[in-house]
Design a binder for this molecule. Structure first.
Ligand SMILES: Cc1ncc(COP(=O)(O)O)c(C=O)c1O
Length: 360
């Protein structure tokens, strides 16, 4: 139970049903927003306080707010799904925990798990009508930033936690098809001792130039190699990666502080093990990737994350050339794991690990 008292100020004129239906018809990703938001304030001395559910609106900030200068900001992303009698979310406590870990790395106060969960439950509950039917979902975005008005470089003494929600369809424009990825040789995402394992805005700012380079080369996502040897595959700009081999086994890069510990990644490892599939958390180099794709040892590769779910990787492109994985489309193992995951997320299959959280 959250110790905070969440005060509700419902929107006086929510979006009319017909207008909302038109917005939900083809929402894309991250452009359609629900009617409300949750805010919680933090200040040194007072701690977390002033929790509200209120109409979504612009926030006023002083130009000297710390986040605008030193990027002290962390965020999360998870999806809510429509059910016959309400809504569900997938493993939200894992997001609450990762949010705390990200906050610690950025020298920010940690929001108690129960307050995080209450905040997202409240928003999904009040904006349930914004969950699209069919394959869509409501992407819930909790975030927190430093808003002390001070230009000195130090941890802020004040923070604002906010949750907004966006009705979404497929993340990639290409829908369910296999994506092409660009292996960045010039840029890295995270170095040992850095913030790679934290979900902080700065990591994404630093990835944008590499992502733009990927787009310029006709690719959907950038793949980052490790920052020390520039050799080992780490992860994509916004997702983790798995490899499927011809002996039926799978591998994924190990968590070591430089990649984001994805909740989808951890769920897929569990589901694969449930099915008796051998999964190794093991380093895999770009040269191995290329060699195994050519020899046929590597059968499939896929990206995974909340936004992308499970997306097959068909083509790998780098400055020296490109190669295809399998037939360049999706593979049987990728589809099998995707179905197993999505069926649990959407309450179409039993939930043996108790991952599905109900919102009423
Ligand atoms: C850099 C990065 N890696 C991996 C992931 C996948 O994490 P999750 O499965 O928890 O969404 C994300 C998305 O949140 C991400 O931004």
């Amino acid at each position: 139970m959250s110790k905070l008292k969440f005060v509700r100020h419902p929107h006086p004129s929510t979006t009319p049903a017909d207008k909302r239906a038109a917005m939900l018809a083809n929402p894309g990703f991250g452009r359609v927003f629900s009617d409300h938001m949750v805010t919680i304030r933090y200040s040194e001395g007072k701690g977390w306080h002033d929790a509200r559910i209120e109409p979504r609106r612009p926030i006023e900030m002083d130009p000297a707010s710390a986040v605008l200068h030193y990027a002290q900001e962390v965020f999360e992303g998870l999806k809510a799904y429509r059910t016959a009698d309400g809504a569900t979310m997938f493993r939200p406590r894992e997001n609450a925990r990762r949010f705390q870990q990200s906050a610690e790395r950025l020298a920010m106060p940690t929001l108690p798990e129960e307050d995080f969960l209450e905040a997202i439950d409240q928003l999904v509950s009040i904006d349930r009508d914004w969950i699209p039917d069919g394959d869509g979902s409501l992407y819930v975005r909790p975030f927190m930033f430093a808003n002390e008005i001070f230009l000195g470089v130090k941890p802020s003494s004040e923070y604002l936690f906010i949750v907004i929600a966006s009705s979404v369809g497929s993340y990639f424009k290409s829908g369910a098809d296999a994506v092409a990825v660009w292996v960045s040789q010039e840029y890295t995402r995270a170095a040992p001792g850095g913030t790679g394992a934290a979900k902080c805005g700065g990591n994404y700012a630093a990835s944008l130039l590499a992502q733009a380079e990927a787009t310029r080369h006709g690719c959907d996502q950038v793949v980052f190699l490790d920052a020390v040897e520039r050799k080992w595959v780490e992860e994509l700009g916004g997702m983790n990666v798995f490899f499927v081999f011809n002996d039926g086994s799978m591998s994924t890069p190990p968590l070591g502080g430089t990649i984001l510990p994805g909740i989808t990644r951890s769920s897929l490892i569990t589901l694969a093990k449930d099915k008796g599939i051998a999964v190794r958390e093991e380093r895999y180099s770009f040269d191995q990737w290329k060699g195994d794709a050519h020899s046929g040892k590597l059968r499939e590769a896929f990206a995974c994350g909340t936004a992308a779910v499970v997306t097959p990787i068909g083509t790998v492109r780098a400055p020296e050339g490109e190669f295809k994985i399998g037939n360049g489309g999706s593979g049987a193992r990728t589809e099998e794991l995707k179905t197993a995951l999505v069926d649990i997320q959407r309450s179409r299959a039993p939930d043996p690990h108790n991952w599905v959280h109900r919102v009423f």
